[in-house]
Design a protein around this ligand. Structure first.
Ligand code: NAD
Ligand code: ZN
Length: 379
């Protein structure tokens, strides 16, 4: 079968790989119908996630048709068209029982907090992902969800990650009625977080990015304010000024590690990448939120240790909430929001790229060429 193949930082290609096989009675084999490239894949692509091995197939946002099921699979049948949450979750461990499907204890034998994720390095279990013609889906009775009748598969694929992640970003912000919510990043995740902030009662939503086309998009899609941080002297002062010097009630980091460019201060264990005097989205979030405010982080920071402005965090009494989205927990209400038209996630898909051209997909999405917001690979 054809599959994306990681060859090292900024090098991916299409290759022939052996067909995946049922390895466990709870597995299913899925023939992929759509597979997105995510901002999270860029951390892998850029070589910023530890233990990303050459030969891995990425891809954690996909839909597909069930081709084969293991002997213990009960809820799926061959021929079902499913959307598959990016989390691989056993459904039975202490964390899954609390609906923390992103933190499953069984799907990842690594001693890290994250559960298994499709195509996301050996720190997330070492599973091959869905940027391929076929993919093995473990715990097939837990995550995969039959795409509701009438739902556009482009909407369905956005429910595997972007919609739940944006929604959870807003949810973790603990938004109260009338709150001012600042979102850093107008990628797919930030756009969705801005849109969802209104569902929790936000009174004002402000988004920062540096890409004009994304700022234009989010202004229209999420009906919010949007500013280019490259045109602002001091983002923190800007936020304070526009909130009567109080600070935002809630700040959301939808940027993560190297999406913030070389400004990110990251301890990789081997070296410290630090560019003096430059700010990151997370620094801005912590400094621009009000005293006692909440910073919600969904941006991904590859290495386990990263520098944060802990001094301000303590002095201002800030609450930080962060996690991988728990897709399965959120799916029922988000399917409703898509079906009722409250959310229209397929509007974010700007590029449809044949799987064979996966390397172009990464090049375009990582360099933000051609007004790219969300690319989907079509096998
Ligand atoms: P993306 O790369 O498309 O978007 C990131 C955006 O941030 C870009 O538009 C970029 O211009 C902007 N940006 C860079 N530096 C900035 C700064 N200092 N302030 C404001 N904006 C800045 O990525 P995406 O697909 O939208 O994903 C965003 C983040 O969310 C990534 O870190 C990704 O790994 C993470 N993510 C997390 C989860 C989760 O479950 N927690 C799920 C999906 C994605
Ligand atoms: Zn993703």
């Amino acid at each position: 079968m054809l599959a994306m193949n990681y060859r090292g930082p900024k090098r991916v290609r299409i290759d022939h790989k052996p067909m995946p096989e049922i390895m466990h009675p709870q597995d299913a084999i899925v023939r992929v119908t759509r597979s997105c490239i995510c901002g999270s894949d860029l951390h892998l692509y850029n070589g910023n996630v530890p233990d990303t091995r050459v030969g891995m197939t990425f891809g954690h946002e996909f839909t597909g048709v069930v081709e084969e099921i293991g002997s213990e699979v009960q809820k799926l049948k061959v021929g079902d068209h499913v959307l598959v949450p990016f989390n691989i979750a056993c459904g039975k461990c202490a964390f899954c029982k609390q609906e923390l499907y992103g933190n499953c204890h069984e799907s990842n034998s690594q001693a890290t907090a994250v559960g298994g994720i499709f195509g996301y390095s050996h720190t997330a279990g070492g599973y091959d992902g869905g940027q391929a013609e076929y993919v093995r889906v473990p715990y097939a009775d837990v995550g995969p969800t039959v795409i509701p009748e009438g739902m556009d598969p482009d909407d369905a694929v956005m429910l595997t990650d972007v919609v739940p992640t944006g929604y959870q970003a807003a949810e973790m912000g603990g938004i109260q009625k009338g709150d001012t919510v600042v979102v850093f990043g107008a990628g797919p995740v930030g756009i969705m977080a801005a849109k969802c902030a209104w569902l929790f009662g936000a009174g004002r939503v402000i988004v920062f990015d540096q890409l004009e086309y994304r700022l234009e998009f989010v202004k229209n899609y999420a009906q919010c304010e949007a500013y280019n941080f490259r045109e602002i002297d001091d983002v923190v002062v800007f936020v304070k000024k526009t909130t009567d010097w109080m600070g935002a009630d809630v700040c959301i980091d939808a940027v993560g590690a190297e999406a913030a460019g070389n400004a990110m201060q990251t301890i990789t264990g081997r070296k410290t990448l630090l560019q003096a005097g430059s700010a990151t989205a997370l620094h801005w979030a912590i400094n621009a939120v009000k005293k006692g405010g909440i910073v919600s982080i969904v941006g991904i920071y590859g290495p386990t240790d990263n520098l944060v402005p802990i001094g301000n965090l303590v002095n201002k009494g800030i609450t930080i909430r962060a996690n991988q989205a728990s897709v399965k927990r959120l799916l029922p209400r988000l399917i409703e929001h898509v079906q009722s038209g409250v959310l229209n996630p397929k509007a974010l898909i700007t590029h449809r790229i044949p799987l064979e051209e996966v390397s172009d997909g990464y090049r375009i999405f990582s360099a933000k060429l051609d007004n790219c917001i969300k690319p989907v690979l079509i096998p």
